[in-house]
Design a protein around this ligand. Structure first.
Ligand code: ATP
Ligand code: LTN
Length: 335
């Protein structure tokens, strides 16, 4: 039988705001590679989103190249997926403007990420930070993506993208696919090692709160040893044990063991042994990423070849969408 059934489309993005954390990895990126054969995958380093908080230009440029190399080191194959840098495809920003006219002020005001980030960057609550989710909706809708693999923190933005698409469809006639979130069962929300009620975030000021995927083994084990837990001594998943719950989720995500198996493995042992075991398992799991990254980042010509080809493919995929959108909203044809 010929391959006539069209593959579904996947889109996801990650900001080049620093080295990826274990949260980004377990919650998002490591799930991207295995989807490449079954789906038409499009992955982007979203530098335009990154400038919604202040960035040092030279550092952003370096972070963007490193993020792209990390993407490939995490198993994204530029031959099987479209992997590109967001600012290289202007169609995202163009569509974002159109979509912003189908987005309400009230719904943007309710976004948790906006509230958190405007508090954190209270000296620079810019319009881009506010309209960030519209650009994210444009990223997804420009490709008519069916599925969006993300961590749990992005679910609200995805729901907004669906609402924006629905509203556009209502105004102008059915056009956009309503995207579905694809959220992993374990590790959808990896918490800070220093404050397990907060999500682990690249931009956390405390380096002990975060495992960066390029940290070496000693550093990873040291950070886990210092992880905040509780005053009990039982490795089990229970309400109120935020620190241990987080370590159990991480351990489960990298070893595939269930919570019951983990509890049995550490019965009668203290938190010290457990923390070291988690550190070792995470370090071993990340080792291939570190080795792959070290090679890739040396080969700037190869990276450039990949992201240039990725942008070209991304542009082609989205230009048609944009022309149709322009016609639908009533713009006069340019040619
Ligand atoms: P920043 O600190 O700059 O806001 P971030 O670490 O939150 O960045 P993003 O680039 O915003 O990372 O997110 C990339 C992907 O990683 C998203 O799909 C997001 O849901 C996922 N992600 C981010 N943090 C976590 C976390 N702690 N646990 C699980 N998934 C996460
Ligand atoms: N907002 C996302 C990053 C992002 C994204 C996207 C994720 C930008 N555009 C499109 C999925 C689909 C975040 O992780 N903070």
């Amino acid at each position: 039988m010929s391959e006539t059934i069209a593959k579904k489309t996947i889109f996801s993005g990650i900001q080049p705001t620093g080295t990826f954390t274990l949260g980004n990895y377990i919650g998002a990126i490591r799930n991207w590679g295995p989807l490449q054969d079954e789906y038409n995958c499009i992955y982007s380093i979203v530098d335009m989103h990154a400038i919604t908080v202040r960035q040092e230009p030279a550092k952003l440029r370096q972070n963007t190249l490193e993020a792209y190399a990390l993407l490939l080191a995490c198993g994204i194959d530029p031959k099987r997926s479209t992997a590109f840098i967001q600012s290289h495809n202007p169609n995202h920003a163009e569509l974002s403007w159109i979509l912003s006219c189908s987005t309400q002020f009230g719904e943007l005001s309710r976004m948790t990420q906006f509230k958190v980030k405007s508090e954190k960057h209270s000296d620079d609550v810019n319009a881009g930070l506010f309209t960030y989710p519209v650009l994210m909706a444009a990223d997804i809708l420009a490709y008519n993506a069916d599925l969006v693999p993300i961590g749990a923190d992005q679910k609200q933005h995805l729901e907004l993208a669906r609402n924006i698409a629905g509203r556009f469809n209502q105004k102008y006639g059915e056009f956009f696919t309503l995207p579905e979130p694809y959220i992993p069962k374990t590790g959808a929300r990896v918490m800070s090692l220093q404050d397990p009620t907060k999500k682990m975030s690249k931009s956390d000021e405390n380096p002990n709160a975060c495992i960066f995927i390029l940290d070496d083994k000693d550093t990873i084990i040291r950070k886990f040893k210092r992880a905040v837990t509780d005053s009990e001594a039982e490795v089990c998943y229970r309400e109120g044990k935020d620190g241990i719950n987080n370590l159990m989720s991480i351990y489960s995500a990298v070893t595939g063991k269930s919570f019951d198996e983990i509890t049995a493995e550490f019965a009668g042992k203290g938190y010290g042994d457990f923390k070291i075991a988690v550190g070792e398992a995470v370090a071993d799991h990340l080792e291939p990423v570190r080795t792959g990254f070290a090679k890739l980042i040396e080969d700037k010509a190869y990276l450039k070849e990949c992201y240039t080809a990725g942008a070209e493919a991304a542009f082609k995929m989205t230009r048609k969408t944009l022309s149709k959108v322009y016609r639908k909203v009533g713009f006069v044809d340019a040619r």
